[in-house]
Design a protein. Sequence first.
Length: 359
Amino acid sequence: MRIVPVSLGRRSYEIKVGGGLLPRLGVECAALKLGRRCAVVTDSNVGKQFAKSAVESLSAAGFQPVLVAVPAGEKSKCLSRVEKCHDQLAKHRLERKSFIVALGGGVVGDLAGFVAATYLRGIPFVQVPTSLLAQVDSSVGGKTGVNLKSGKNLVGAFYQPRLVLCDLDTLKTLPRREYVSGLAEVIKYGVIYDEPLFARLERDLSKLLKRQETTLRDVVARCCEIKAEVVGLDETESGLRAVLNFGHTIGHAIENSSGYGKYLHGEAISIGQVAAAKLSQQVLGLPADEVGRIEKLFIRAGLPVSIKLDAARRKKLFAAMLLDKKVSAGEIKFVLAQKIGQVVWGQKVPTELIQLAVP
Ligand SMILES: NC(=O)c1ccc[n+]([C@@H]2O[C@H](COP(=O)([O-])OP(=O)(O)OC[C@H]3O[C@@H](n4cnc5c(N)ncnc54)[C@H](O)[C@@H]3O)[C@@H](O)[C@H]2O)c1
Ligand SMILES: [Zn+2]
């Protein structure tokens, strides 16, 4: 097992990464000295696989868990679902010291985290992320929240968990497309922060694609460490945290303009990161061979690196990009790479150049 400490003063906590952690959930929660009542929030897919193990482990450790299952999918990240969860917590008489376990991917983590942040003005919560994206990204950093009809993640709170348990065994049942999509965020950490990690991914990609435990353990732990470090330096998003958005300006526009659901997030940011690497070559002189290494790694992982657009969809994509919050006076701000492992944020790029980078 690897332990990644997240240092946030009084709100510090640990991320534990390894196999066989879910059966230890009860013991781990007992060590946190939380109240006896708790709720395991999960979704219909993850619940089928892992709810029993979570509930049994908690019960064996003396807790009284109630299971709250929501339908799988992004639609569950909404305020009406938050209210339904609150009602179930109240019905089960959860009080201040009671806690919530978020057992699932990023949807469950964001929803359950927000429910925990708001029920009784905040009760403790523990994350058990079960998708690769949730393990390396959404469970770290304390962002919780839900969507509105007018946009994604528009309502939320910064709220830190008391513990994160990344059980690598849970990844075994994750559909391949979801798993590969998560790898796009993993590769991102190499590009933005850590050349040795990037080189390791080049070397060990086939082991990673086979979900080999020791490789996954090291890589997931390193990604958590990087995100925790970046977030620790900039918890409320005033600057540095922006580097985590590498590839996301174009990626989000692809998700938006093609209708959510066509591309998974990881697929969209894979295209976005390769485009950002090409822009980096133009604007910051990122060497051509490094652009090539980046593109090749995404391709080898099985991710898309380009998008074919007719004139109308191209227009829609650029309109979506201009709506992004990182735009000022018609110039879109990008995170760009100087070299693999080092990026700068807030780079203004004229739209003509972006046109060229999105093939
Ligand atoms: N809070 C943050 O900082 C942050 C960061 C990035 C993304 N997010 C959010 O995360 C969400 C996306 O997360 P996601 O990609 O995990 O999506 P998700 O939670 O919808 O999970 C993807 C699919 O995989 C299934 N699944 C998850 N784990 C499984 C497992 N072990 N076995 C079988 N099936 C499993 C889910 O049921 C779902 O169908 C988005 O809502 C996004 O906004 C939040
Ligand atoms: Zn992302």
